[in-house]
Unconditional design. Structure first.
Length: 522
């Protein structure tokens, strides 16, 4: 073995040598695995089950008239199949996960242990309130800390993820405007540097979306935004820190201008990890903001869930926040599920979900907050920003950093493919990174940067881990700048080589078909 600036690396193979293909298709511990339909047999099963007693069917013409078609495997075959598939996944437990604007950080195992405690893991949403006082207290405590960290007035805990939280905030804004008799405000302004879900959410809620351009330094063009404000504007949806990895320095000025014309300010809080403990959105004039517990406060992220996106509200929007919410009384905690004549939620727009949110996410997030404390949460943001700037300055001589000259970034570093050799682009760098053992960074987003490569290292990566990633990315980028044609067919060491992604998107194969039956049909 040899060591270099990027960490331990194996010696390069001798030039001109090529290993013979293996009979199995395996490459040592990189095990080949067929589809479960290809290794199983639909006519057998790994479990012997007694034939059921014959009874009259109550299904009528809905009864199945053919076999179910699922493959039967023995227990060892089943375990091996899924274990081998798991080895082909990339995960935060294997290495740095550089997806930009996603905060794929390590989740402390303490939080997982707490979420699995009896009484939290198995609590039922329909259990009598007097039997789940501990769970309700967890929700109430977490709500308290989310309001404290953001300097807002209240919080809706039930939204299940970021886009769901966006919808919650926009519906509250809509309800507030209608209560004022200002339903004629039908325009939401969305800057170019905002997350892509923002305009989709506004449109889904029935608003007309208008773009606000960015300045040369990647921030909102405040002059253009102010010029567009008027009596038809319901509000602005802004991401801060934005998707270019930059803090919107004019946020307070923007909020004041929007409020002056009667509109509201929604902030996309997906990037709260960059400012938690350092900046309170309420101090910036924000009226509503979702917080991705599955990004900032340690919850497994990705794969379609689970997620949790509580929304904090200003005093102006609190009466319109959704139900339910937990309230502390002299007798204990209660779940408020109906409109009340009290001074909060008196004009709620209704419910976002059937019950009260994601209990497992709440337990993890509260554990994370209490174990870190105020100083620890502040360090989370500081280290996340430090790591991102370390990557930015380590690579800005290798790749083009479009906003690098304007100063430091926040939680993520943004590069473009402008200086690669002709015919090479971001996707070639990304595929080359797979051969280096990394999941690629976020590609071609944000759209305001050509061939964007967005990298968020998070606060949980050590300098040694960052150095190895920087060395790998620098190596691949230099190959792309030199026109290394091998990159055009990368990855070479992954279980599968490069796919025709356009064809896969347009004509996906979603159902397995037995090739023998298909051949017979022809």
């Amino acid at each position: 073995m040899s060591i270099n600036a990027s960490g331990w690396r194996p010696e390069a193979p001798q030039q001109g040598t090529k290993a013979a293909p293996t009979f199995t298709g395996n490459k040592a511990l990189m095990l080949e695995e067929a589809l479960i339909f290809e290794i199983g047999d639909t006519t057998t099963t790994g479990v012997e089950v007694a034939a059921p007693a014959r009874v009259a069917s109550r299904l009528g013409d809905l009864a199945r008239n053919n076999t179910i078609g699922l493959p039967g495997l023995s227990e060892p075959e089943t375990v091996r199949h899924y274990t081998r598939l798991s080895r082909q996944n990339y995960a935060i437990d294997l290495g740095l996960f550089p997806l930009g604007s996603c905060t794929m950080k390590h989740n402390p195992r303490l939080n997982e242990k707490m979420a699995r405690l009896p009484g939290f893991a198995d609590v039922h949403p329909l259990a009598p309130v007097d039997t789940v006082q501990g769970a309700l207290e967890v929700i109430h405590q977490l709500a308290h800390w989310l309001v404290t960290l953001t300097a807002m007035d209240s919080v809706a805990m039930s939204p299940k993820a970021g886009a769901h939280g966006e919808l919650c905030g926009i519906l509250a804004i809509k309800a507030a405007l209608e209560a004022r008799g200002q339903g004629h405000r039908t325009v939401i302004l969305v800057p170019e540097s905002a997350h892509g879900t923002n305009p989709a959410t506004a449109a889904f809620a029935g608003y007309t979306v208008e773009d606000i351009p960015a300045t040369a330094d990647g921030r909102v063009d405040t002059a253009a935004l102010k010029a567009r404000l008027g009596p038809d504007v319901a509000g602005v949806m802004i991401t801060n820190p934005n998707t270019c990895g930059l803090f919107e320095r004019d946020m307070r000025d923007i909020s004041d201008a929007v409020h002056a014309v009667g509109g509201f300010v929604y902030c996309d809080g997906a990037n709260f990890n960059a400012i938690v403990g350092r900046v309170r959105p309420g101090d910036l004039g924000i009226d509503a903001m979702h917080i991705n517990l599955h990004k900032t406060f340690s919850t497994p992220h990705g794969g379609g869930g689970p997620g949790s996106g509580p929304v904090v509200f200003s005093k102006a929007l609190s009466p319109f926040a959704p139900l339910p919410f937990v309230e502390k009384t002299a007798e204990g905690f209660r779940l408020i599920e109906e409109e009340t004549a009290e001074d909060h939620h008196t004009q709620t727009f209704g419910r976002m979900v059937a019950f009260n949110g994601q209990m497992g996410m709440f337990t993890r997030a509260l554990t994370y907050i209490l174990s870190h404390g105020a100083d620890g949460l502040r360090q989370v943001a500081e280290d996340a920003v430090l790591n991102a700037n370390y990557i930015l300055r380590s690579l800005d001589k290798t790749l083009v950093a479009p906003f690098g000259p304007s100063g430091p970034c926040m939680h993520e570093a943004l590069f473009s493919d402008d200086n690669l050799a002709e015919g090479f682009s971001t996707i070639d760098v990304a595929k080359g990174l797979i051969d280096e053992g990394y999941h690629p960074m976020t590609m071609y987003f944000p759209l305001v940067v050509h061939g964007a490569m967005l990298i968020e290292p998070t606060e949980t990566e050590s300098k040694a881990a960052l150095d190895q990633f920087i060395g790998a990315l620098r190596s691949v980028a230099e190959r792309a700048k030199a026109g290394d044609v091998a990159l055009k067919s990368a990855p070479h060491f992954a279980p599968r080589s490069r796919l025709d992604e356009t064809m896969a998107a347009r004509k996906p194969m979603l159902v397995w078909k037995d090739p023998l039956l298909a051949e017979a049909a022809e």
